[in-house]
Design a protein around this ligand. Structure first.
Ligand SMILES: C[S@@+](CC[C@H](N)C(=O)[O-])C[C@H]1O[C@@H](n2cnc3c(N)ncnc32)[C@H](O)[C@@H]1O
Ligand code: SF4
Length: 333
């Protein structure tokens, strides 16, 4: 399609454009299809690095596209495969952050998905920045990409259908809420600083109290805006009845929805998913307290395409996770 458009343009103009701009930011490497229809698209970047985008068929004819914002991730959340990778000796090392993606590299993931879906369901209905990376660490490119996705001369989505998810970088989160109308998701994943410091090291810099107070203050200024809290349920770590009651207290005064997410296991991870029965019990406690709460199950996990599984498929052989003494019982039980 691009080459057809270029053929219609004056040759000198195309040459001049080529000197000042890139026509293509991504090259398609592969598409893997999971048994539930979820597709993981692998793109190679100009510098040879690979990123992943996921196209997820949802209920009621909706399709969500999950885009990456960085190659790798610096945040080192203990339950997430992204940012972890085996080296040639099969010893897990931190992949860490290789680099930020440009605005073009982010937007083109969505444009590619749209072309792919045109022949099938028409288009996708939601975009989530929940692929590889911490979007708010790459905030300039992410805000611009989200703007293009909602602009009427861009992809023309409603800002409510474009969600940027963060592990909780407080200053950037404030800036995002001031500069973008798109939706915000915050990965909470624990109800005490002790557990969150362990499973999400960013909490040592921006703790639960600061994160939630910032949201309380900032969302008070925004009409009818709700934040989405994501809560990955880890068996014996953050899924107790006490956690449920603490969660209710923590989100008091914050207009929000809560997604309870089934943990997607990956090779090398010490965590186990909470059972469905326990998730339902947890959900019911929140619902009885009038929280808006949903349960989200894995999609695409047989192709390592589910939340927190993006990275190098099958790469990890040896766990690197260091479990603090007080939590050893929980993960070994
Ligand atoms: C991969 S992150 C990317 C966006 C951003 N970095 C963040 O943490 O919100 C998207 C979501 O996946 C969740 N997640 C990470 N690893 C997971 C796993 N193994 N199973 C289920 N969800 C996971 C995170 O908690 C987060 O809510
Ligand atoms: S959960 Fe998000 S912030 Fe944490 S390591 Fe994974 S991608 Fe990075």
């Amino acid at each position: 399609m691009l080459s057809m458009t270029l053929q219609c343009l004056n040759k000198d103009f195309v040459k001049m454009l080529g000197e000042h701009a890139k026509f293509k930011a991504l090259s398609l490497e592969n598409i893997l299809t999971a048994s539930d229809g979820t597709r993981k698209i692998l793109f190679r970047l100009d510098d040879g690095l690979v990123i992943e985008t996921v196209v997820i068929p949802c209920d009621r004819g909706r399709t969500t596209v999950c885009v990456s914002s960085q190659v790798g991730c610096a945040m080192n959340c203990q339950f997430c495969f992204t940012g972890r990778q085996a080296n040639i000796f099969h010893i897990e090392t931190l992949m860490g952050l290789k680099r930020h993606l440009s605005t073009a590299e982010i937007v083109e993931q969505a444009v590619f998905a749209q072309r792919l879906l045109t022949h099938e369901v028409g288009s996708f209905t939601n975009v989530v920045f929940m692929g590889m990376g911490e979007p708010l660490q790459n905030i300039d490119s992410v805000i611009k990409a989200a703007d293009i996705m909602v602009h009427d001369q861009g992809l023309h989505f409603s800002p409510r259908k474009v969600t940027v998810s963060t592990s909780g970088l407080v200053p950037q989160l404030k800036r995002f809420l001031h500069e973008s109308n798109c939706a915000l998701a915050v990965s909470l994943n624990a109800t005490t600083d002790e557990v969150r410091n362990w499973i999400m090291p960013i909490n040592r810099k921006y703790n639960l109290g600061l994160l939630l107070q910032t949201l309380r203050e900032e969302l008070g200024l925004k009409n009818s805006y709700k934040v989405l809290f994501e809560y990955v349920m880890l068996d014996g770590v953050n899924d107790s009845v006490d956690d449920a009651y603490r969660l209710i207290d923590l989100v008091q005064g914050i207009p929000c929805k809560i997604n309870l997410i089934q943990f997607n296991p990956h090779c090398g991870s010490l965590f186990r998913p909470t059972s469905t029965e326990k998730m339902i019990k947890f959900r019911n406690i929140l619902a009885e307290a009038k929280c808006v709460v949903f349960m989200r199950y894995s999609k695409g996990d047989d192709q390592m395409a589910a939340c927190g599984q993006l990275g190098k498929p099958g790469a990890i052989q040896t766990p690197l996770i260091r479990v603090p003494e007080q939590f050893k019982m929980a993960v070994n039980a």
